[in-house]
Design a protein around this ligand. Structure first.
Ligand code: DC
Length: 211
């Protein structure tokens, strides 16, 4: 099984780089952040309080998640691609991602996904540290907070830079400070600061590392 793990905070360039790498290497791509968002969406839609750990963990176990290669995310058969990026889900996802029962279910699903395909390029927060500690290559992407906020605010054009920057800082603190599988660099990760780099340059550096 050939797994390339890409971890890092929001706005570090993970998705763009992971997609480009997957294409170059002929591997499938998995966005695990979208999975945590999809579970959050499923819980909200069922009227479950995101703080109700036990019920949300049950949703993570029994909801039907479909992640297609073109980026479409289906939750219990319904297309949720747009909604999982919306403000409601974005506000609640860190609480859901801090839930150990949810993480256990996501881990199980991510490993099954890779086994079915013989591997893939998988991006998230704990892919190299927890989900695939034996990955062929672990990449940790980072960038200065103001660069990451600027990238994110370009993607969500209806919110001000200040709002996006504050939300990013709040999520960083939650993702790094949580008790279960916090965001951190694997000791053997290839660390790249992407603040001043274009996508092609980052991909090139990672490809060199693989060679
Ligand atoms: O990458 P993203 O912003 O779409 O991720 C959404 C949330 O899910 C984010 O707050 C961190 C969390 N997450 C996680 O805890 N573990 C992962 N492997 C991927 C995402």
């Amino acid at each position: 099984m050939r797994v390339i793990a890409i971890d890092g905070p929001a706005g570090s360039g993970k998705s763009t780089v992971a997609r480009a790498l997957a294409q170059k290497l002929g591997l499938d791509y998995l966005d695990t952040g979208a999975m945590y968002r999809a579970v959050t969406f499923a819980a909200l839609r069922r009227g479950i309080d995101p703080d109700d750990g036990e019920r949300v963990a049950r949703v993570a176990e029994d909801c039907e998640l479909e992640m297609t290669d073109d980026g479409t995310v289906r939750v219990d058969g319904a297309d949720a691609t747009i909604e999982i990026r919306g403000p409601e889900v974005t506000r609640a996802v860190s609480i859901v991602a801090a839930n150990p029962g949810v993480r256990e279910q996501m881990r199980r699903r991510q490993r099954a996904w890779a086994e079915q395909r013989g591997g893939g390029v998988i991006e998230g927060r704990d892919i190299g540290t927890v989900v695939f500690p034996d990955a062929e290559l672990k990449v940790y992407l980072d960038a200065r907070p103001e660069v990451r906020a600027a990238r994110r605010s370009k993607e969500v054009s209806d919110l001000s830079y200040e709002t996006v920057a504050a939300d990013l800082a709040r999520r960083d603190a939650l993702d790094q400070g949580r008790a279960h599988d916090p965001l951190r660099e694997a000791p053997d990760a290839f660390v790249v600061d992407t603040s001043e780099l274009g996508v092609d340059e980052i991909v090139e550096r990672v490809m060199e590392r693989l060679a």
